[in-house]
Write a new protein. Structure first.
Length: 310
């Protein structure tokens, strides 16, 4: 009898933890970063069953008649809970969702906004080219079942191939493509000229090392130059907590130093198999995810620049 009670007690504890709860509780709290702009800022980690993908930054812009969303997050449940939190600030529909790039932690929440509001999805054509309904993307494999449930892959409605200017409810948005591979094959940043707010997507991160596994060092440097040309007071990275004017400093310093050191290594005829011991980027070793991501960034960037020099 005692054994049965013990097993029942253990089961009760297990199935009342967040991973086994009916729906994962993201405990989302919006941070106001500018007038009419709020963001949910993620933890400085990779996606996991513990954080359920809440390591990404997702932002709401309040207009006169609706919310505009920049990057909807990693799941339907995340998006639903983000909207619930924002409804306490203003009870407005979401008519437009802007997606900055194709990494799924930034857009799998689109299915919630399409289902609830029939929101217009604006983003890269690569999502439509690389994903279809029923595919099990990275988040489907990494997130707990109670966080990813109800999530579907939704096609992008509008896929700009040049700068798209939008005025929505009195707020102006510029959706600007990089025009070449940068963080991914197709990246956009969003600029609000009147508010002087820039949303970088994953073209810049801070407080952690970026993952450039699908990217280009040369494209990243171009993107940073393009973003620097804008007059912004608020800079929202795709991952990171610093939304001030200095929010791009980490990314700019990292990629610039990496490029300079690769050129020097090529001049010194450093071999590919020793490049990560020559270029260590130790100035950034206190950043989150340095051990997990830095060596691969160095290795792949070296290969890119080596072949571009031929």
């Amino acid at each position: 009898m005692l054994k049965k009670l013990s097993l029942s007690f253990v089961a009760l504890i297990i199935f009342n933890t967040p991973i086994y709860a009916e729906t994962f509780d993201y405990k989302l709290e919006p941070k106001k970063v500018s007038e009419n702009v709020w963001c949910f800022l993620g933890v400085l980690e990779g996606p996991s069953k513990t954080n359920a993908g809440a390591m990404v930054n997702s932002c709401y812009v309040k207009t006169s008649d609706s919310f505009v969303l920049i990057d909807s997050g990693p799941s339907y449940q995340y998006a639903s809970q983000a909207y619930e939190a924002m409804s306490k600030i203003a009870k407005l529909p979401v008519h437009t969702v802007i997606t900055t790039h194709e990494h799924d932690d930034h857009w799998l929440g689109n299915s919630f906004y399409k289902e609830k509001f029939n929101a217009k999805i604006v983003g890269p054509k690569t999502i439509n080219e690389h994903y279809k309904d029923g595919d099990k993307t990275r988040m489907f494999n990494l997130l707990p079942a109670n966080a990813i449930k109800d999530t579907k892959i939704i096609k992008v409605d509008i896929t700009p191939d040049k700068t798209l200017n939008m005025t929505i409810g009195g707020e102006d948005f510029e959706m600007i493509p990089i025009g070449e591979k940068a963080h991914t094959d197709e990246d956009f940043f969003i600029y609000m000229p009147k508010r002087k707010v820039l949303f970088a997507g994953d073209l810049a991160m801070n407080g952690r090392i970026t993952s450039n596994r699908h990217g280009s060092l040369l494209g990243q440097l171009k993107a940073i130059k393009m973003m620097k040309s804008k007059d912004y007071e608020v800079f929202v990275p795709g991952h990171g907590l610093n939304t001030s004017k200095t929010g791009m400093d980490d990314a700019e310093q990292y990629f610039t130093l990496l490029y300079e050191r690769i050129l020097k290594a090529l001049e010194d005829e450093v071999d590919t198999d020793e490049i990560t011991s020559v270029i260590t980027m130790d100035e950034f070793k206190d950043r989150a995810m340095f051990k997990a991501l830095n060596a691969r960034n160095v290795s792949e960037a070296f290969t890119e620049i080596e072949f571009s020099e031929d």
